[in-house]
Each structure stands twice: as C-alpha cells, then as structure tokens.
Design a protein around this ligand. Structure first.
Ligand code: FES
Length: 322
C-alpha cells in the first residue's frame, strides 16, 4: 500500500533539536519554520531529505503520527555508506533549515488488525516506533515488538521501550555481533496467527523473517527496507554508461552513482528516495549486465531495467534507454 500527502514540493523544516540517542544514532526533531502545524502522517511513513552534501535520503518518521508540532527522524551514521548519513550527522545543526519532500508511506500499518507482530533490527526501529506510538495513542495493546540490536549502547529508544507499561509487549535482544546469538524467531512464526507482521532492519534479519513466514498469508507480512541497498559499497569499481539516444558515453567513477554521474554531465533523471526504494529513477537497460542493488525491481524486470540511484554494472559498460 502506498500513501502520500498531497503536495510534491520541497518544504524547508527547522531542526529544532539534535540529540544522540545511541552510539552513532542521532535524533533530529523537525518543526515548521513559521511554527505552523505540520501535516499528520500515517504510521510507517517516511520523508525524503536533501542532506548538506546534496544527496537525497529517505528517513522513517518515528514520532507519534498525530503530533503536528514536530516530526522526529533518527539517522545512523554509516561511515561505510555513500556519505548521506555522515553529512546529516556531522553537518546539520540545530537551527538549520532542511529541505524535505512531503511524507509518503510504503510501509503502511493495516488498520484494525486482530494483532500485530513487529520485528525491528538496529535503526529499523524507526518506522516501527511510529506504529507502536500510534497504537498506544489509540489505546491499543494488541502488539508485540521484537527489537534486535548489537548491545545496549547501540540501541536507540531503549529507555522508552523498556518502560514498565510496555512490559510483556517489547522484547529487546542483543546478539553482541555474534550470529550464534541471533534471536530465534521460529517459535514466534512457527504457527501462523491472525496477526500482521511488520519487519524493518538489516537484510539478514529481513531474510530470516521472510524465510520463517513463508507459510503465512503473504498479505499479512510487510517489510520496510531503507538502507538495505546502501551497505558495503567500499568495493565499487568504475564503469561507463552509454546513452542510447545520443551515443554519449558517461564515466561512472567508483564513488558516484549512475544518477550522480549523469547529473554531473548535465542530464536530468527523475529521482526521489535515492536509496533504491521508491522506483522513481527506473531507467530502461538496453545492453550490459546490471548489478541490481535496489529493492524495487522484480526478477523478471531486472534484465531490461535498472534503478540508477543505487545499482551498478557487472560489465564494463551499460547501454541505457536515455
Ligand atoms: S530514486 Fe528512488 S529508487 Fe531510485
């Protein structure tokens, strides 16, 4: 399900508060620059932000959706990423104006479900937290949250989620970076229940939940995957793209996306999330083999399309339908 608010223009939001909430995780509280109310959003929604280095990044809103005074996002600084999170965490300061696009929701909470099972890994807690806050705000306690993280120091919002009123609702599990200590979800998912499952976290966690819920009705299993396409790019290599309509050849260096390389040469390609999740930069692929890093294309689409914001090449050149 996709939901969006009505406007599609950039809106500057004021950074009213910047606060460390765990190791390498920083909370930004955003308000309207003229102190006007912000739109209500729906649980699981995200906003796209233009970070100071010019990149666009999508961040889940983690505050109470009905709170129109401010929106909260939390950003994990990833030194191995492409620079967006470091630019946010290192450069943005309280009082700054941050260009944002209106909220959208690719991870919407099903209303009136019999119950909910939430699974969050690391920074993946952010959309789940807006869902938990929403349900609690509605007086609903028909949920259980499994929150996996490395250790206490890296666990954002631990104090709030460990509050006595959430006892029995929230299970926080630390694996201390040891796969052998990963939480065993099989007892949770072995018997399908009349619940909707929402999972957000690292690829390994989502794959594990996907595997263990294969016998559940697919419409009751929901995944959010920001950041999954942005990890471990240290081994990128350069390649060329050829624009089929003009024959122009554009070099894509290891430290730039195809999208950024095209822009640097004056070409305009639609984009929004720039993290491989929204689908707006879909481009025809006419020749060459892509290394798909997005979370949008189906396997049957991958031979003829590429998401140029994150994906790269397995061959020395790609020919694009541009
Ligand atoms: S801009 Fe969203 S998938 Fe590329």
């Amino acid at each position: 399900m996709q939901e969006t608010s009505t406007s599609d223009t950039w809106m500057p939001l004021r950074v009213a508060r910047k606060q460390s909430v765990a190791q390498d995780i920083v909370l930004f509280e955003l308000t309207h620059p003229d102190a006007k109310p912000l739109p209500e959003f729906t649980p699981g929604a995200h906003i796209t932000v233009q970070v100071p280095n010019g990149m666009r990044r999508s961040y889940s809103l983690c505050s109470l959706p009905s709170d129109t005074h401010s929106w909260h996002i939390a950003v994990k600084r990833d030194a191995r990423g492409r620079g967006g999170s470091c630019s946010m965490v290192d450069t943005v300061q309280e009082g700054d104006l941050l260009p944002t696009l209106p909220w959208a929701n690719l991870f919407a909470l099903q209303d009136n479900a019999a119950s909910y099972i939430f699974v969050a890994g690391g920074i993946g807690i952010t959309p789940i937290l807006s869902m938990v806050r929403h349900l609690l705000g509605q007086g609903q306690d028909n949920f259980k949250l499994y929150y996996c993280s490395r250790d206490a120091a890296s666990t954002a919002f631990m104090q709030e989620l460990s509050a006595p009123e959430l006892a029995g609702k929230v299970h926080i599990h630390h694996d201390y970076g040891d796969l052998a200590q990963a939480f065993d979800f099989w007892p949770v998912f072995e018997r399908p229940q009349n619940a909707h499952v929402y999972c957000c976290g690292p690829t390994g966690l989502m794959d594990s939940v996907r595997d263990m819920t294969g016998h559940w009705p697919t419409e009751r299993i929901h995944f959010e995957s920001f950041g999954a396409a942005q990890t471990a790019f240290a081994d990128n290599s350069a390649f060329d793209v050829v624009l089929n309509k003009s024959g122009e050849r554009v070099q894509v260096p290891a430290n730039l996306s195809i999208l950024d390389a095209l822009r640097a040469c004056g070409h305009s390609v639609s984009s929004s999330c720039e993290s491989g999740t929204c689908g707006s930069c879909r481009t025809g692929l006419l020749a060459g083999q892509a290394e798909h890093r997005d979370l949008v294309l189906r396997p049957d689409e991958q031979a003829r399309h590429i998401m140029v914001c994150v994906s790269r090449a397995r061959t020395p050149e790609l020919v694009l339908d541009l």
